[in-house]
Design a protein. Structure first.
Lengths: 102, 275
């Protein structure tokens, strides 16, 4: 896990676990996480590959501005996972193309 | 560049905020780098020695009476802006110490070598941690660095050494040597994968507006609609002398200004069914 647990100033209350799937693998996030935060905490650092250059894309702006974190969520492509709240049972898939509408 | 434009103070801003040469020799003292008039006074209220001059108004800026300041660091731990540093250059020899507020975890260990940083975050070189103060009512930890006396007014931050730095593999700016910083590896438009080399080549070929560069390279035509690359392209145009900052055209903005799906456009709003 890659979560901040100790901090000299802040404290972190315990939060409920939320189960979801990433590329078919079961994963656990925490209540209040965005999808990207839950993936980051689970060690997923490559969020996709550019459709032209195929270079890997990581967590970049984290505020829904850039296009680094677009993924297929519950079948819907081009979801900005850095600003999408994680929900129980979500099916999240890496997107390496421009996406196909369901 | 002035403080209002960069947010980074320089030596001229320290005028009137440093002790005299004679006062420096008496012991540690507080340097308060607080330049913005905001309603904030914990430093004044916390000083048991009344060494921070009393405020007539809560928006006043703090100034230190160095004949009273003992360098006790109570103000440095209470300042919410982490703007107070404790400098000690009273010992003989070429070395002094600076105590820096540091609100990250983990804390460095005593004796560990860390990278000393300037006000703008620029690395100034490795420095040894001589003490760490943490815990207590005012939680802000203070990390003490041993610094040569002539750099005591330059060092204002620290970070851990990278693996490259610990192995000595970094250049004079602190950039690790094995990271590719070439134009070809630097992405300007993340959506369409346009590199800095492509943008500079287009500018060199005579395309001197954001729209021309957009039409040729597709930079700005992806899902984020130029929110990452537009400013970078404009700054590249200015840097190349191809555009004048006072008359810079940011290119066309077309609705919708934000990211929406066709479903949202058709339905006229955002709800669970059309997102």
């Amino acid at each position: 896990m890659n979560r901040i647990e100790n901090h000299p100033i802040l404290t972190f209350p315990e939060r409920k676990e939320i189960a979801f799937r990433f590329n078919g693998t079961d994963m656990i996030g925490r209540e209040g996480d965005t999808i990207a935060a839950a993936l980051h905490a689970s060690g997923v650092k490559v969020l996709g590959h550019h459709f032209k250059s195929h270079r890997p894309r990581g967590f970049y702006c984290a505020i829904g501005n850039c296009s680094s974190c677009l993924m297929v969520v519950n079948g819907v492509p081009n979801v900005r996972v850095c600003v999408e709240r994680l929900e129980e049972g979500m099916d999240v898939r890496q997107q390496d193309d421009k996406g196909v509408l369901p | 560049m002035n403080l209002e434009q960069t947010g980074v103070a320089s030596s001229e801003h320290l005028n009137g905020r440093l002790p005299s040469e004679e006062q420096k020799m008496r012991g540690p003292y507080a340097v308060i780098e607080c330049f913005e008039e905001i309603p904030c006074n914990p430093c004044v209220m916390s000083c048991a020695f009344k060494a921070i001059l009393p405020f007539a108004d809560i928006n006043d800026l703090p100034f230190v009476d160095f004949d009273r300041c003992t360098g006790c660091a109570v103000c440095a731990r209470i300042c919410p802006g982490l703007a107070i540093f404790i400098v000690d250059e009273s010992k003989d020899g070429e070395w002094g110490t600076i105590r820096l507020p540091y609100e990250y975890w983990p804390l460095p260990a005593e004796g560990e070598r860390v990278m000393a940083l300037a006000r703008d975050g620029r690395p100034l070189g490795p420095a040894a941690v001589s003490a760490v103060l943490a815990g207590g009512r005012d939680k802000t930890p203070l990390v003490t660095l041993a610094v040569k006396k002539d750099r005591l007014q330059d060092v204002r931050g620290l970070r851990f050494l990278t693996a490259e730095e610990a192995a000595g593999r970094y250049d004079e700016t602190g950039m690790p040597l094995d990271i590719d910083t070439s134009e070809e590896a630097t992405i300007v438009c993340r959506c369409e994968g346009v590199t800095l080399a492509e943008i500079r080549a287009l500018i060199a070929a005579g395309h001197h507006t954001v729209d021309e560069i957009k039409h040729h390279s597709r930079a700005g035509m992806g899902p984020c609609q130029g929110r990452t690359c537009r400013q970078i392209i404009m700054s590249e145009l200015i840097r190349a002398g191809a555009a004048d900052v006072d008359h810079l055209d940011p290119g066309s903005f077309r609705p919708p200004g934000g990211t929406v799906t066709l479903g949202q456009l058709a339905e006229g709003g955002l709800d669970e069914t059309n997102r």
